[in-house]
Design a protein around this ligand. Structure first.
Ligand code: CUA
Length: 392
């Protein structure tokens, strides 16, 4: 019962109220099942055919029931429905939006569904978008960080088809519908790491449109906001470390063997894994990172992705300003490590069929032949991975 997406072991106010309604319905149904089942079993046993003569006998005289019993049963049914309806209606009202008393303090976030990933925007947090000091609301992709213990109101939008925002341990699902302003209210009991998923069929890769939510204590949350508001990190070039282990990246063959490595498992507590991701990697190779940064421009990655401060202004794909500090890539599908990052940029279509990055790779020129400029050599991939991992 205690899976990552369990609705039975819950960790948030809204999910707890919904679970309560589920249990009320379950118990009432169980009582009805036991009563009806027992009467049926009793009648089947008591009035069964005991001999050949019984089997061929005329049916007993048929009655039309006892008005008192019939009225009693109608009364009991109405009572059962009322027992279910009262907490249900109460829950519909109280989980629909942030309680009136907390409205002023509720933390606001805008979540937008794309085929097939989630954009999270913090309208109250302005972050610089270039070194000249221009500012825009802070944006992250696929990993949503929220304050724990506080009401959070997430405004749900979509740029394309209908998606559904579902965070099983914190709240039920609410659809992201074109041209309709929906919202969901959540509150995590305490700091934690939560699994989310799109719950409305939205195309080829619907099943792998996932996300994560990280709930933090107020102080850690402020520190995270502070860190995220920084421009993209630049690693100062120094002499390359020639002792750097060469086998940092898996060969393509290992990738293939790892096809089943679409993993949800962490060796350690996921919240600790997330915290560990916030610090820069040891043994960074500044030369390699600089090469990766050049490639990000040369291969036109910047046409779709934003990296604030690195002259990458694209807005149709996830913001990568702090991609290195996330635990997952490809909309919560793959663990964010060198091997999986390289697997992803090597052939995104094999991981998430139909996604726009794989379409960009497959672009052809006027002559119908693939545009070579966007192709990545194995060396390019290694450099790009080093660059992306440096973006903490
Ligand atoms: Cu988005 Cu299913």
């Amino acid at each position: 019962m205690d899976g990552h997406q369990s609705t039975i072991v819950v960790e948030g106010t809204v999910a707890r109220e919904q679970l309560h309604v589920f249990y009320v319905t379950c118990w009432v149904s169980l009582v009805i099942f036991i009563i009806v089942g027992s009467v049926l079993a009793y009648a089947t046993f008591k009035f069964r055919a005991r001999s050949d003569a019984d089997e061929h006998a005329e049916p007993p005289p048929q009655g039309h029931g006892n008005p008192l019993i019939e009225l009693g049963l109608i009364g009991a049914s109405v009572l059962a429905l009322v027992v279910i309806a009262v907490p249900t209606l109460k829950a519909i009202w109280s989980t629909y939006d942030v309680p009136e008393a907390e409205k002023k303090d509720a933390y606001q976030i805008n979540a937008t569904g794309y085929q097939w990933w989630f954009k999270f925007e913090y309208p109250g947090e302005l972050a610089p978008i270039n070194s000249a000091g221009a500012k825009a609301p802070l944006v992250t992709g696929n990993e949503l960080v929220i304050p724990a213990g506080q009401a959070v109101r997430i405004n749900l939008r979509t740029v394309d088809v209908i998606h559904s925002f579902w965070l099983p341990k914190l709240a039920g699902k609410v659809d992201m519908i074109p041209n309709r302003a929906n919202a969901i209210y959540i509150r995590a009991d305490k700091p934690g790491y939560f699994w989310g998923q799109c719950a409305e069929y939205c195309g080829d890769s619907h099943a792998v449109m996932r996300f994560r939510v990280i709930a933090l204590e107020k102080k850690e949350f402020s520190e995270w906001l502070e860190q995220q508001s920084q421009l993209g990190r630049t690693v100062a070039t120094r002499a390359a470390d020639t002792n750097r282990p060469k086998a940092q990246f898996a060969s393509l063959r290992t990738f293939k063997q790892n096809e089943a490595g679409i993993t949800e498992k962490f060796d350690i507590n996921p919240l600790e894994a997330w915290r560990a991701k916030q610090a820069p990697e040891k043994n960074e190779d500044a030369e390699l990172i600089a090469k990766g940064k050049q490639l990000f421009t040369a291969k036109a990655c910047l046409a779709c992705h934003t990296i604030r401060g690195h002259d990458a202004p694209g807005v149709t794909a996830p913001d990568l300003t702090h991609i290195g500090a996330r635990t997952t890539i490809a909309a919560g599908l793959l663990e964010n490590n060198s091997e999986q990052l390289r697997r992803w940029i090597h052939n995104p279509g094999a991981v998430k069929p139909g996604n726009k990055m794989s379409l960009a790779y497959a672009r052809t020129g006027p002559d119908g032949k693939p545009i070579d400029g966007i192709k990545l050599t194995p060396d390019d991939e290694v450099a790009l991975v080093a660059y992306l991992e440096s973006l903490k």
